[in-house]
Design a protein around this ligand. Structure first.
Ligand code: FEO
Length: 387
């Protein structure tokens, strides 16, 4: 039987740990994920969030290792996305508990997914007493869905933050001080870049709404609980929402016969000549969700594609589509690539980047066939002069 893990007095982790998930809506979850759920035992018993549907039995076993599951009085649904609500129909059947969710969007979304399970509407700043403990609710719309909210346990100073402050990281440990901190922070960066990034203004509003709370623990719905390193996860959110990008560069490209690749290296030399750190990311070997983490933290973005059948390479098109959705702001860009005839891809790349309101560093960098050393040196020199 799977066991609940105690995280504080009368509070238990009863979520699912998914060691095997490797793709989350196109986001490569190389360390798996967790679907966190928390059980709070007081005069009344509350469950914070469901789990992804295939983890329903795991959640039920964990709850049942602590209490008779039928004793749950309230289920708080901070977010209707199915990774946090998939188990709700079964939980409702087993417990008859009232399901509290944000109004109007939580109610609308849960009804849309599961029909009418009988929802209690939560409005901003509503509270729910469990006896000695009190839950207070804060809507956090569009971080990252319209229905999102977070729940604060007032007496214990615990924030159940749902998707905010999460990271996709499967581990048997529950706390930040029990795991590799560098890996955790790396996954938190990646999570922000791939989930939260389009919603920076809404994240700023949410952080403001929570700024007066004393927070001793942050219990997100993915990954580990922040306890000893709350300052570090807060710093990630503070830096990103204040656009403190590094003075560094990302060079993303695909190449057919190494010509565009040689140009990528020549562009790297230009950044190096100005002491600007850069990273070269070939789309054949780097996942777009990892690339986004680098792009989020960089000031310069160079994107290269050869021309294939009058178009950019499909890998480059996929990257630019993903980039457009996540919409990181304020980048300076270079569009480059090689071609045999036509050469349309470079302008196509440039148009996409201009569409994001990025500022071009230089004219299009185009080379027919194979760039000579002289051509490559010229590319380096031309770009370096503009940096
Ligand atoms: Fe982790 Fe928006 O669901």
């Amino acid at each position: 039987m799977k066991q609940a893990q105690k995280i504080a007095d009368n509070i238990y982790f009863v979520g699912g740990v998914d060691y095997n998930v490797r793709n989350f809506h196109g986001y490569s979850t190389d360390k798996g994920s967790t679907y966190n759920s928390y059980l709070i035992i007081d005069e009344k018993i509350a469950l914070i969030d469901g789990v992804k549907e295939p983890f329903t039995d795991e959640q039920i076993e964990k709850i049942s290792s602590v209490i008779d599951i039928s004793k749950i009085d309230y289920i708080i649904s901070n977010h209707a996305e199915p990774d946090h609500s998939g188990s709700l129909p079964k939980l409702k059947e087993l417990t008859g508990a009232e399901i509290y969710t944000s109004f109007p969007n939580g109610v609308k979304d849960l009804k849309g997914y599961y029909g009418d399970l009988g929802y209690k509407e939560i409005k901003p700043n509503d509270t729910l007493s469990l006896g000695k403990k009190t839950l207070r609710f804060f809507p956090t719309p569009m971080v990252h869905w319209p229905d999102n909210m977070v729940t604060y346990l007032e007496e214990d100073h615990i924030l159940f933050s749902n998707d905010a402050f999460g990271e996709h990281y499967a581990t048997s440990k529950r706390f930040d001080f029990e795991v590799d901190l560098n890996e955790t922070l790396k996954q938190a960066d990646k999570y922000f870049a791939n989930i939260v990034l389009p919603y920076i203004p809404q994240t700023v509003n949410a952080l403001k709404a929570l700024s007066n709370l004393q927070i001793d623990m942050i219990c997100p719905s993915h990954g580990v609980i922040w306890k000893d390193h709350i300052d570090k996860i807060m710093k990630i959110y503070d830096d990103i929402t204040n656009y403190r990008d590094g003075e560094n560069a990302v060079i993303v490209y695909d190449s057919m016969w190494h010509s565009t690749e040689k140009m990528a290296y020549a562009i790297g030399n230009a950044f190096a000549s100005k002491n600007i750190s850069y990273v070269l990311l070939d789309l054949k070997t780097n996942h777009i969700s990892d690339i986004m983490t680098q792009v989020m933290k960089s000031k310069y973005l160079a994107v290269g594609s050869p021309t294939l059948n009058n178009n950019m390479m499909p890998t480059v098109a996929a990257f630019l589509c993903y980039l457009k959705g996540l919409n990181p702001k304020n980048k300076k860009f270079i569009a480059f690539g090689s071609y045999g005839w036509g050469g349309q891809s470079i302008k196509q790349v440039s148009d996409e980047l201009e569409g994001l309101k990025y500022e071009p560093i230089c004219d299009l960098i185009k080379v027919q066939y194979n760039p000579t050393n002289e051509v490559l040196e010229n590319i380096t020199k031309t770009i370096a002069e503009k940096l």
